[in-house]
Structure formats: structure tokens, C-alpha cells
Design a protein around this ligand. Structure first.
Ligand SMILES: [Zn+2]
Length: 220
């Protein structure tokens, strides 16, 4: 099966033998950590052309802004700019050793970034935060943090329709499915939303020993 660039769809089976080096798009390279270009598919590859274009955009943003703030990260996530949120998180981590997911909460709601990601359903970003912003031994504690309404990221995921992927992510991170908020456990919330897959999954989690942390084994 040919691989293709997730931005422009360029296939790695294309014959580029007649082209000069500067005109070539191959080989495809792994999708960069921050991809500001609009992607069409979930493939994990980009062509050289798109990679350069993406890097130019990143460099311009970095040059323009010398003072990234944690508040910007929350603002980007709330407004669906998840790749920009990652870029700012990476900049804050490298320039100031500041890990926003670890150190910041929204002052009004007391949401940490995982609460926000859970509410908005950004599964990829949630996994990225768990992997890149938190140490393995911190993940459970952040997946079980309470916001002002006493919700955890997992209890929020269980309250939403069709987000069994989020439920699985936070369970793997060590979120407690037995946690009770407003008289409902996570399983009860999943049942109320009528999502069979969640119920089966959460029931399995409740009846077996805790799932080992497998986040680091996931590569997609
Ligand atoms: Zn491309």
C-alpha cells in the first residue's frame, strides 16, 4: 500500500526521477510534532514540500512572539487551535522549563488542560499532553484532578456522547472509574448516555486489576 502526504496527498510511489533535487517531494518524512498546515487524512507522513512550508510557518510564529504565555495555550485549545497550543507548550517548555499542563489551571473553572481537552473531545491532544507534558508517575494524579464542579477529566469524558476513546485514554492514564460526582459513578454516567461500548469497557475496568500504563507503547 502506498503511503501519502497527509497534507497534499502526494504518494510515495510517484516517479520523481526526472526532477531536480529542489523540486522533489520524496521521501515522505514522519508527520512533525506540530503541523500547522491543514491535513486531509490521518496518515502520519508529510512530503518534503509540506514539511518545509510547515517549518517556515512555525519559524515565523516563533520570531513574531518572544513572550508565549500559559493563558495562550488555554485560549488556543478552547478555540480549536490545537496545533498552535502544542507549539506554545513546546516553546514554554524549552524556553522557560514551564509545563503548562502541570502548572496551570483556569482560575475560573479550575480546569486543568486535560479537563478542557476532555470536554472538547481532542483525543490526540489529550494523548500528546499525557505523553509530553506529564511524567508517567504524574499522569494518574492529573487524570483525577478535580475542577470547581468536582469533575475529573475522566468523569467529563464519561458524560459526553460517543467519546469511548477519551474514556479509554484517561482510564489508561490512571483515571478512577469508581469516582463519584453528583451521586453518579463514571459507569453510571456512561450508562445514562446510552453508550454500550463505554459500559462494556468500564465494567471490564472495574472488574480487573488496574490497567498497566501503556501510553508509551502507542505510536500512532
Ligand atoms: Zn505534501
Amino acid at each position: 500500500m502506498p503511503f501519502e502526504c497527509c497534507v497534499c496527498g502526494f504518494k510515495d510511489t510517484t516517479d520523481e526521477s526526472g526532477l531536480r533535487k529542489a523540486q522533489r517531494r520524496l521521501p515522505l518524512v514522519p508527520r512533525p510534532d506540530v503541523l500547522l498546515l491543514t491535513f486531509q487524512t490521518a496518515y502520519n507522513w508529510v512530503c518534503l514540500f509540506c514539511e518545509i512550508k510547515n517549518q517556515t510557518m512555525i519559524d515565523e510564529i516563533k520570531k513574531k512572539n518572544n513572550n508565549f504565555t500559559p493563558e495562550e495555550v488555554f485560549d488556543h485549545v478552547e478555540n480549536g487551535r490545537v496545533e498552535l497550543a502544542k507549539l506554545v507548550m513546546l516553546q514554554l517548555a524549552s524556553r522557560r522549563q514551564l509545563y503548562v499542563a502541570r502548572t496551570h489551571i483556569d482560575p475560573l473553572t479550575q480546569n486543568n488542560l486535560l479537563h478542557v481537552v476532555s470536554r472538547l473531545g481532542y483525543w490526540r491532544l489529550g494523548r500528546w499532553i499525557l505523553q509530553h507534558q506529564l511524567q508517567p508517575n504524574e499522569r494518574a494524579s492529573f487524570a483525577n484532578r478535580l475542577n470547581r464542579a468536582n469533575h475529573t477529566p475522566l468523569s467529563i469524558a464519561c458524560t459526553r456522547d460517543n467519546r469511548d476513546d477519551m474514556v479509554l485514554l484517561f482510564c489508561k492514564a490512571g483515571g478512577n472509574p469508581n469516582y463519584i460526582v453528583e451521586d453518579s459513578t463514571c459507569l453510571m454516567r456512561a450508562c445514562c448516555s446510552g453508550q454500550d461500548m463505554w459500559c462494556a469497557f468500564l465494567f471490564a475496568v472495574l472488574t480487573v486489576p488496574p490497567i498497566k500504563d501503556v501510553l508509551d507503547d502507542v505510536h500512532t
